[in-house]
Design a protein around this ligand. Structure first.
Ligand code: U2F
Length: 569
């Protein structure tokens, strides 16, 4: 049984010393400790004594190992990326506070010793059983484990969780398919269950959404922030000078400068970086809690297009700022943009921060065309006039993150083999005559699980939350479910990967084939051809094509916690 922890001192010891990145993470954990502990008390009450197993967990932060080059640690104090460290610090805090037993490693040597690889031995199977129920790592760590565990890697990989900022779509994860169909990248093709990849934002429901937290405010702080907001103060999103080398900057910054005093937190050594105009009040890179204080005073947090999808806009919005960002038209993706090239996803990034755009939106988030001076100027004027309360989505609070990780640890099991997939035959009379588990809903546009069809199988999420919708051509299942106020749930694909489901939806099939394709099950309507999925690893919420209407498994979700269905706790 896991018991909620009451302080973080032991965790700080576990993290070790000797790297700037580790100091940053420890400082963050110390600063947010009370917030975590309060959240733990609330979750404990909510779970009301429910049984929680204590897991033995190894956290191996691969990108911080010398063996992978550790390019991040030396840049912590120089304006380099901090988002990954923010997330790892929060993952460590959450796992620890939930009461699990942790080991933390940031070197290959420590990894080998924890795994039980004898010193000096390379790629050999482990001599004793793996002493961990779960391993949280990243792509670098995964590579290191594969290299040093020999055949044991295959045996134990179901226990691995990969912290993967931008996500890995199923088409890129399946080695054979990725190779055959041109989805091979530097990172993909691990043949893991797609939900073993855990992302920073809920990018694709194919992966699990891990997230991070932002600092929370109490009532007094909220009042103080509202009273002290300076409506003419803007802070620029960009702590490294290179971020300020953006095309057209002079034009939109001069408009902004007409209305607001512009502040920056750009790292510099001895003098102002040439990229930062003289009218900008540059504070230099600030420690995280001082950066929050600056955001508390500012009215506007303005993005220049990079970095993509970082934590700072959420922190700004949580501190009562409006976040103004550029719309990307066309959207950026691995097909057209250097930063995303080689990343195992085709996701289209429609602005600097699509989560802020889609999940938060106005009045907190404005996404505008920076090349259109009128639109830009109008946005600034409206923002200055609008009263906006601090806002933090529940899923980015400490309680939200604890709740989510608790649910994953209790319910996600990638080691028990699921029941075998249907035989890859064309047309299966046996399957057609089997009793239907899915009943048509009254308005006949979609299918829901019917309780009268017998006992529901034990799944997580519970299958009672399933609704099957058919996409429009060129629409992904992610979009289709969202249009109906739901979220795509890949776990349920196996329930609708059946010939009878086409019938139930009144879809005429002249032929039905099982094939390997990440868009299946789907119908090519113009030619009445129906397709079922032959390879369960390829079930995917992401992906679309003009030719197909896809069968999409959707489910409900808890308000502010998209990762969990209503009955998922
Ligand atoms: C993102 O990485 P970044 O580190 O560039 O993300 P930011 O949104 O800038 O924020 C990281 C943290 O930096 C802190 C701030 C954020 O929590 O509180 N900070 C600070 O301590 N001092 C300051 O003066 C200003 C900010 C993303 F997170 C990564 O996953 C991506 O790899 C990267 C590239 O797209 O962008």
């Amino acid at each position: 049984q896991a018991a909620f922890r009451r302080d973080v001192a032991r965790l700080l010891e576990l993290i070790g010393t000797g790297k700037e990145s580790l100091s940053f993470m420890k400082k963050r954990i110390r600063h947010l400790a009370q917030q975590w502990l309060r959240a733990a008390r609330r979750l404990e009450e909510k779970l009301a004594g429910r049984q929680r197993d204590q897991k033995h967990i190894l956290v191996h932060i691969g990108f911080l190992t010398e063996e992978s080059g550790d390019v991040f640690s030396p840049r912590v104090l120089k304006g380099g990326p901090l988002g990954e460290m923010v997330q790892w610090a929060d993952i460590l805090a959450a796992l620890f506070i939930l009461g699990h037993s942790l080991r933390v490693t940031v070197s290959l040597k420590e990894l080998q010793s924890h795994l039980g690889v004898p010193p000096g031995r390379g790629n050999c199977p482990l001599t004793s059983p793996l002493p961990f129920d779960l391993i949280y790592t990243d792509y670098h760590g995964l590579q290191q484990m594969k290299q040093h565990m020999g055949l044991s890697f295959k045996k134990y990989r179901c226990r691995v969780r990969v912290i993967d900022t931008f996500g890995t779509e199923p088409a890129y994860n399946h080695e054979e398919y990725a190779t055959l169909r041109g989805y091979r990248t530097n990172w993909g093709y691990w043949n893991l269950q797609p939900a073993q990849f855990m992302t920073m934002f809920p990018h694709t429901p194919d992966n699990s959404f891990m997230g991070f937290v932002s600092e929370e405010l109490n009532q007094t702080e909220r009042q103080l922030i509202k009273a002290n907001k300076v409506s003419s103060m803007a802070v620029v999103y960009g702590k490294e000078a290179s971020i300020w080398k953006v095309r057209g900057k002079e034009k939109f910054l001069s408009i902004l400068n007409k209305y607001m005093e512009i502040h920056g937190t750009v790292y510099y050594e001895t003098q102002r970086p040439p990229e930062v105009p003289a009218f900008v009040k540059n504070h230099g890179l600030l420690p995280q809690h001082e950066f929050q204080q600056l955001l508390r005073k500012a009215k506007l947090f303005i993005g220049f297009g990079f970095p993509y999808e970082g934590p700072a806009p959420l922190e700004a919005i949580a501190n009562g700022c409006v976040f103004l960002q550029a719309r990307f038209s066309p959207p950026h993706s691995s097909l057209n943009h250097e930063f995303f090239r080689g990343k195992p996803t085709s996701r289209e990034v429609s602005s600097q921060h699509p989560y802020a755009e889609d999940f938060i939106g106005k009045p907190h988030v404005w996404t505008v065309d920076y090349n259109n001076s009128e639109e830009f100027e109008a946005a600034i004027k409206t923002i200055m006039r609008t009263q906006v309360d601090p806002y933090l989505p529940y899923e980015y609070t400490s309680e939200g993150m604890l709740e989510r990780i608790h649910a994953y640890i209790q319910h996600q099991d990638f080691c028990t083999t699921p029941s075998p997939p249907p035989s890859p035959k064309t047309k299966s009379p046996a399957m057609q005559s089997s009793p239907s588990p899915l009943a048509l809903s009254p308005n006949a546009t979609h299918l829901v699980w019917s309780p009268s069809a017998g006992r529901a199988p034990q799944t997580w999420p519970p299958v009672a939350s399933l609704q099957v919708w058919v996409s429009e051509p060129q629409h992904t299942c992610t979009e289709t479910c969202r249009q109906h106020g739901l979220v795509c749930e890949p776990t349920f694909f196996s329930f609708l990967n059946k010939e009878e489901v086409f019938l139930q939806l009144s879809i005429a099939c002249d032929s039905t084939e099982y094939e390997m394709n990440h868009l299946y099950p789907a119908v090519a309507e113009s030619v009445h051809e129906c397709y079922l999925q032959k390879e369960p690893l390829l079930f995917s919420c992401a992906g679309s094509n003009t030719k197909y209407r896809r069968l999409c498994p959707c489910r409900d979700f808890r308000r502010g916690q998209v990762a969990l269905c209503r009955d998922c706790l």
